[in-house]
Write a protein that binds this ligand. Structure first.
Ligand code: TXA
Ligand code: MG
Length: 358
């Protein structure tokens, strides 16, 4: 992970009217091989020129990312897709019309133009058109497709603000464009179109029900819910790594009855506190008052019945526990419906198998 220290510049950009000269300069830096972190509607990305193997290799160094975990290529319009992909199944155009720009990444064959640093050596490539004015302006200014993973250090919660990017990557990248908080808060849905039928490899901002309106039935890869078949190779290499994790171990409590979930958490919290451990609790507005006045560090991550509110606060909430310096985090789950599927996928991954069903 050694890399010559550099000073990271943070430049504030007005998302409504991105400053043209600033974007132009950042675009040139990208095209010429630099790394630029930028806001998208999902999370902040760490961009490099996707046609420049050396530049892309820099992403892996900056993040400490395993080399076999491929990157998503960002383009500014579906119209340029056929410049980079030789085999475009017709369904792509129907999905693009409905979901792009937006939080849907499509895994396609025929992207041989991209170096193996982008594809992780696979014979497919993931592509999306982000729905953030700064991201779109930057890609346009770069004039090249932009490979961009989430701009966190590998394994850490994804960044939804420029401050999160700096927490992880200051001194390792040249520039972060600060366009304020990402609105959605979870990454794009990764949808594999390279096989017989469409398969969700990572649930995200584009929800299954909406995809099914265009595609009919959509499968979800078994690895998504932590059911990776032993010994099998996940179709999305990213799924095999512990991920999205705050510094303290996180235990996830799942169950239909919020009262029972809270009771389970309170029982464990009491035991842990009696052992002298500083307990963090990841809760929602409905249940948060139940934990009051007991000395726990409670973080309220939205409203359990509005998964969008939880998604928007998810990563900032996980990162908050680092600042609070807790020894352990007890987290409430939500129903895995709509955007809740993405939220629960991230919480289960952050728990790394420490899941209690109540
Ligand atoms: O919302 C997002 O998608 C954000 C923003 C910055 O656009 N990007 C993002 O990238 O989340 P990253 O690198 O953190 O996650 C990419 C995911 C990984 O799970 C990776 O394994 C999967 O996409 N992926 C990329 N290319 C793939 C491919 N060819 N086949 C299967 N999975 C692929
Ligand atoms: Mg990521």
């Amino acid at each position: 992970m050694e890399m010559a220290d550099c000073k990271t510049r943070r430049l504030v950009v007005d998302s409504g009217r991105p400053d043209a000269s600033l974007i132009r300069a950042a675009g040139v830096a990208l095209r010429e091989g630099g790394l630029v972190a930028f806001p998208t509607e999902t999370v902040y990305g760490l961009g490099a020129n996707a046609l420049d193997a050396r530049a892309v290799a820099g992403i892996y160094r900056a993040k400490g990312r395993p080399a076999d975990n491929p990157l998503i290529v960002h383009i500014d319009s579906p119209r340029v897709l056929n410049r980079y992909i030789d085999q475009i199944p017709p369904v792509v155009w129907r999905l693009a019309a409905r979901f792009w720009p937006g939080p849907l990444s499509l895994v396609l064959r025929g992207g041989g133009i991209f170096p193996p640093e982008v594809t992780g050596g696979l014979d497919t490539v993931a592509v999306r058109v982000p729905a953030h004015p700064v991201a779109l302006a930057l890609i346009r200014a770069a004039g090249v497709p932009v490979a961009a993973p989430s701009a966190n250090a590998s394994g850490r919660p994804s960044p939804t603000t420029a401050a999160h990017v700096l927490d992880d990557l200051a001194g390792r990248i040249a520039l972060v464009l600060d366009g304020g908080p990402s609105g959605l808060g979870v990454e794009s849905t990764v949808l594999d179109l390279s096989g017989d039928g469409p398969v969700i490899l990572r649930p995200g901002g584009a929800i299954r029900q909406d995809l099914e309106e265009v595609l009919g039935p959509v499968e979800v890869d078994p690895a998504v819910n932590g059911n990776a078949v032993a010994g099998s190779r996940p179709r999305s290499p990213g799924m095999k790594y512990t991920h999205y994790a705050p510094r303290a171990p996180l235990v996830l409590f799942e169950g239909h009855d919020p009262g029972r979930v809270a009771a389970g958490i309170l029982a464990d919290a009491g035991r842990l506190a009696a052992d002298g451990r500083k307990v963090g609790i990841f809760a929602y507005s409905e249940t948060a008052p139940l934990y009051d006045g007991k000395g726990y560090s409670v973080v309220v991550a939205g409203n359990r019945h509005e998964p969008d509110s939880v998604a928007a606060l998810l990563y900032a909430s996980l990162r908050r526990f680092d600042r609070l310096g807790v020894d352990v985090i007890l987290a409430e789950g939500i129903a895995p419906d709509g955007l809740g599927m993405a939220v629960m996928n991230r919480l289960r991954r952050a728990a790394g198998g420490r899941v209690v069903t109540v």
